[in-house]
Design a protein around this ligand. Structure first.
Ligand code: SAH
Ligand code: SF4
Length: 401
């Protein structure tokens, strides 16, 4: 039991800091509450200090709240039974634990679930839960709304960048998925070791290494063993090749690395991925070789989208094999997922299999990724939030009025 008896509330009231004039003056609105869900342990502690929790209690209180929010997934203060009622009531006046709104939730025939989540007005992101990947489920999260890079085959690349997501907004995507999957201990107390969601891949909207600090902070929340408790080796950062960030992101996050390669010569890669003009293959491969912790049990995944007649010939497979020489690597062949207005077609199945066999024979595992959730537009590269379209329709509406 904790000794909550005469704590924060009294000390804050003694100092007069809790007295607000809201009862007497109806024109004074109470200040907006601070959202705690999505904050790091240190940020929660900071918020509690500002609130007036005595310094000696701050660490303990922050730990308690952190566990309730991230381990148990509670969204109300009443559930926090090891915190005294009086203090809970005071905290509830100042802080909230809300989830962002799910604007749309779609379930594919293959079980894939896509969520469109509104983080703030005009800030909508998509996350996709893919069941049964590596024996368990993976959540594909977004790191930005839109993307500044304009890879020709990618739908997200055709949406301009709205903004980077905050660490809280990234962590909240995981929490929203856990709510939907009823995966908190409180929602399924008898569930023994049967987690549906164990892996997280940053393969949603945006380029995670253009938002490295917030992504890293989100991982501190997501991987804390007193909270959401994801293993860092079950987190994959996928990058189009932001070379200066690769090694430092690995050092900071200890996550697994995936490179969106898609072509193994500079001319072709630059023509489909403009970032290659800035960071050509030689520099990219040098950064890959220096990725911390690289070994045969900790390989880099090279993603390779199969574009008909563009990058899918035996000659391209040989180029790829030569490029990867000496790097602990596996190759993920992704059948191109079409989207309205895209210029490409997916390679034929036999072509993909021939390509896979060649890469395999050279000693690199090269599974062909089964497209998931195509019917709900949730597959790789198909994500694009509706925020742009909405703005356009809102503009039209405004014009009419
Ligand atoms: N921006 C990061 C992460 C998001 S994209 C990156 O590029 O790595 C996730 C993966 O989907 C990337 O490998 C990307 O190249 C791939 N992708 C993009 N558009 C695709 C499409 N239409 N079909 C198949 N894969 C696609
Ligand atoms: Fe951006 Fe990745 Fe799409 Fe390229 S593939 S446009 S980096 S989201």
């Amino acid at each position: 039991m904790c000794s909550d008896k005469k704590d924060v509330l009294e000390s804050a009231q003694e100092s007069g800091s809790m007295e607000l004039d809201i009862k007497t003056n109806p024109n004074i609105k109470p200040p907006a509450k601070i959202q705690l869900a999505g904050l790091t342990r240190a940020e929660i502690a900071e918020a509690l200090t500002e609130f007036g929790v005595p310094p000696k209690q701050v660490r303990m209180r922050a730990g308690q709240i952190f566990r309730w929010v991230y381990n148990y997934g509670v969204t109300d203060w009443a559930s926090m039974t090891n915190i005294a009622k009086g203090l809970r009531a005071e905290l509830a006046q100042k802080f909230e634990l809300n989830r962002p709104e799910i604007v749309e939730r779609q379930i594919s025939v293959d079980g894939t679930r896509k969520y469109l989540i509104r983080m703030a007005p005009g800030i909508e992101v998509e996350s996709v839960f893919i069941p049964a990947v590596s024996k368990t489920g993976a959540l594909c999260v977004s790191s930005q709304v839109g993307c500044t890079l304009t890879c020709k085959f990618c739908h997200t690349g055709s949406q301009r960048l709205v903004r980077n997501l905050t660490a809280a907004e990234i962590a909240l995507q995981v929490m929203v998925a856990k709510d939907d999957l009823e995966e908190w201990p409180s929602s399924s107390p008898n569930q023994e070791g049967g987690r549906k969601l164990t892996n997280i891949v940053f393969m949603g909207m945006g380029e995670p290494l253009y938002n490295t600090e917030e992504v890293a902070k989100a991982l501190d929340i997501i991987c804390d063993c007193e909270g959401l408790s994801f293993g860092r080796r079950r987190i994959t950062l996928s990058t189009s090749g932001v070379v200066p960030e690769i090694v430092s992101a690995g050092e900071r996050t200890n996550a697994m690395l995936a490179i969106s390669l898609h072509a193994a010569n500079d001319k072709l890669r630059s023509s489909i991925m403009p970032i290659n003009k800035k960071y050509p293959l030689a520099e990219l491969m040098k950064a890959c070789r220096a990725y911390p912790g690289l070994s045969n049990s900790r390989r880099i995944t090279f993603e390779y989208v199969m574009l008909k007649g563009i990058n899918d010939s035996p000659k391209h497979a040989v180029e790829l094999i030569n490029l990867l020489k000496g790097i602990p690597a596996k190759v993920n062949l992704i059948p191109f997922n079409p989207w309205p207005g895209s210029d490409y077609e997916c390679s034929d199945w036999e072509t993909i299999e021939r390509f896979a066999d060649k890469v395999n024979a050279a000693g690199y595992a090269s599974p062909i990724r089964t497209p998931r959730g195509r019917d709900i537009f949730a597959a790789c590269g198909q994500l694009k939030s509706e925020s742009e379209k909405m703005r356009a329709s809102e503009r039209r509406k405004a014009k009419k009025n």
